[in-house]
Design a protein around this ligand. Sequence first.
Ligand SMILES: [Zn+2]
Length: 563
Amino acid sequence: MSKTYTITAALPYTNGPIHIGHLAGVYIPADIYARFLRMTGNDVIYICGSDEHGVPITIKAKKENKSPQEIVDRYHQNIKQSFSEFGISFDNYSRTSSKIHHQTASDFFLKLFENGSFEEITSEQFYDQEEGQFLPDRFIIGTCPKCGFEESYGDQCEKCGTSHNSSDLINPRSSISGNKPSLKSTNHWYLKLDEFQGFLEQWILKENKDYWKSNVYGQCKSWLDDGLKPRAVTRDLDWGVPVPVKGADGKVLYVWFDAPIGYISSTKEWAHENKKDWKKYWKDDKTQLIHFIGKDNIVFHCIIFPSMLKAHGDFIIPKNVPANEFLNLEGSKISTSKNWAVWLPEYLKDFPDKQDVLRYVLTINAPENKDNDFTWKDFQNRNNGELVSILGNFINRVVVLTKKYYQSIIPTKNQLVDADKLALKLVNQSITNVESHLNNFKFRDACSEFMNIARIGNKYLADEEPWKIIKDNPERVKTIIFVSLHISSVLGIVSEPFLPFTSKKIKSILKSDNHEMKWSWDNLKNNDFLISENLKINEPELLFSRIEDSEIQKQIDKLNKNN
Ligand SMILES: [Zn+2]
């Protein structure tokens, strides 16, 4: 039955390009899910946008002597292009510096302000007299009280990893002017998170214990067990959504408060452009809201944003938050500052037209329940040993044989024998498994089950050996090729969520639009053949090509050169 889904993917932070960790953790699984749900007849919107506020952007802007807007404009375009090149099928990709977002976030704040969800608290914060501004934690540098590192940030020491308050630093200084900051009192609004403790315990710990992923549930439980405290939703900064109340000059919404509202404003933007009603996707209890995020975002999407939505009162809360763990690279944590990463624009330069290879490797090895490692060697092995040898090889053999024996015209099948029936049965089982895994957010298993269909096809061809019997039993060969072409058509459809570029190629080779049966996901399950006899298909075309050792060595050298 058709349902309505609002699928969101974490808003990428616009202070750098996108790397493979982002893709594996969030955007590919969400894309697979969105594509699958669309193919199975649901009303789906897949929503994202750039997160353009926050302190790191202002720091980068100061360093480069640019305005924050110039910084975000540069990366917004860069990120948007990477997503599009990798086939991430967003219905809308917006940005939080847009007018519609500022208005939406501002209205959201006001509603909570007026209904008593905030409390105003005055506290002492570091202030740079020379610059005339308050200093967020990241703008304060000093000696770490734990390890003595002299360049520790206000909120965290990068050397020993300890979190602390900026007031704990020894010899604190402003990272803008280098001066010793003074303390100055300032007032801010705090969301009374403690008031949502009971609701969150009931909703997450009781109602979703068996449904949510265990890594997500575990992190939520630990936050709830510690007890929730009010949390500041505003800060003293000049880059962000201005706090829309009197006497709040020089204050903006804290970036964690405005960013998730970006999902709503992005939906509004899409609805406006497509003449749809955005409220259906955010205010109808029958709509399923699903947030795809990395594990560092769990608290914001499972504890804080749902509390904000609840405090507002008009919105639905998420049905699930299938957060992933982290992807490492060659055994070490991906690091932007150390340039230990595979950046998408660079990948495409080195491996043009190999988007699906990366999509495949990042899915089959996704960090679903624990941190996982991307290695170039594994990338090569998966390409050569699976995409080339199993999937590419199967489709190619079938299409080449069809050309050789029948001038590319699909033969008329004869009576099916047991071997045919068995292969078809196994393929159908795999389709059912793919569906079930996708419905349960198990993208690795789903992808491996999809590849299994190609394995079944290869085994069937190897067992039936049409090339050996073509002379003595040409009628039997017609059936074998027919069944193999049907399995190829199944692969053309089932590959679409995982490998959209390859799916398009397979469909084009097999002329998917010219068959009597519609090549839809629903028709995969009615035990009928998708292909039509006597239809002429296209020439063979290689789907994948081998990746040589030298290309892999080049990538490893490139990584090591930076370190
Ligand atoms: Zn330290």
